[in-house]
Design a protein around this ligand. Structure first.
Ligand code: F6P
Length: 319
């Protein structure tokens, strides 16, 4: 292994820069040449590669987003596009590739590895939706962003004695809603893994009011439905003023938390070590606070275990 490259792909996540920094500095420390690829797989196909030095990643550990930019690339989904990408890597003399991204980006890495490129994936996504790892890079920062919004919404909801419905990201995975619901003291958490019973939700709101609750906070994962429509229906049935807030892409930005910086740094180091050890088609994760690497096929095939315990905690503490 002489030259490695790094790219970020899919939705950005706070901590991606810290991961890039760790990859670049570990590679240089081990005597490797390291190339940055702009705009994910799309930039790779277009040959947007440049050599990186230690100073290329100075002053980025605290920054959200990704200095390498990111993209979702339709061309890479086709065999022809992937062959082109593998050819570009060979032309630049790249032996190993670190892909920082989510599920879709890992599928790309898996296919590239079958074309003879050594690949290692780092889980960079706010969704925390990858089964093989306890946490993904960006999830913790997003939780803190959501909590900041919840704290503010609590103030105004209490003043007006309203119901507040907060829509957070998460199409198939409700972890952002579940964790922020527990940490933010929400009355209800609505997530794709569980769905919800509308009548029961309204009953909970009305009972809360009778029990002296000054407001009612509902965290809704985007995959279950829209906050605006739900707010309208809740207000009609309960007669309590209800407002909706969609946090949107605010959740994807911001300076990464200490946890995400640590996670990204530890994982970035491991990714380069794995390539040096001659490993390919691997993904780096964290389980029980240990950095691990797994075969990419096994990791992608792992069924997602829903955390029932956390869901029960959310329900019990919200009463
Ligand atoms: O996968 C990350 C994510 O932020 C999801 O939570 C969200 O549904 C999606 O990306 C939004 O994608 P886009 O930035 O393309 O609108």
């Amino acid at each position: 292994m002489k030259t490695i490259a790094v790219l970020t792909s899919g939705g950005d996540a706070p901590g991606m820069n810290a991961a890039i920094r760790a990859v670049v500095r570990t590679a240089l420390d081990k005597g490797l040449k390291v190339m940055g690829i702009q705009r994910g797989y799309s930039g790779l196909i277009n040959g947007e590669l440049f050599e990186m030095q230690r100073h290329s990643v100075s002053d980025i550990i605290q920054r959200g987003g990704t200095i390498l930019r990111t993209a979702r690339c339709a061309e890479f989904l086709k065999e022809e596009g992937r062959k082109k990408a593998a050819d570009v890597l060979r032309v630049f003399g790249v032996d190993g590739l670190v892909v920082i991204g989510g599920n879709g980006s890992f599928m790309g890495a898996q296919k590239l590895s079958k074309l003879g490129i050594a690949t290692v994936g780092l889980p960079g996504t706010i969704d925390n939706d990858l089964s093989y790892t306890d946490y993904t890079i960006g999830f913790d920062t997003t939780l803190n962003t959501v909590l900041d919004a919840i704290n503010k919404l609590r103030d105004t909801s209490t003043s007006h004695e309203r119901v507040s419905i907060v829509e957070v990201m998460g199409r198939d995975c409700g972890d952002i809603a579940l964790y922020s619901g527990i940490a933010g003291g929400a009355e209800s958490v609505i997530i794709p893994e569980k769905g919800y019973d509308f009548d029961k939700l309204c009953k909970t709101i009305l009972e809360g009011k009778l029990n002296g609750k000054m407001h009612n906070l509902i965290i809704l994962a985007e995959g279950v439905g829209g906050a605006a429509e739900l707010a309208k229906k809740v207000e009609e049935v309960t007669g309590i003023e209800t407002r909706s807030t969609i946090l949107g892409h605010i959740q994807r930005g911001g300076s990464p938390s200490a946890f995400d910086r640590m996670l990204a740094s530890r994982m970035g180091v491991r990714a380069v070590e794995a390539l040096i050890e001659g490993k390919t088609s691997r993904v780096v994760g964290i389980r029980d606070n240990k950095i691990v690497d797994d075969d990419i096929d096994d990791a992608l095939a792992m069924p997602r275990k829903f955390n029932e315990e956390l869901y029960n905690i959310a329900n019990m503490l919200s009463k």
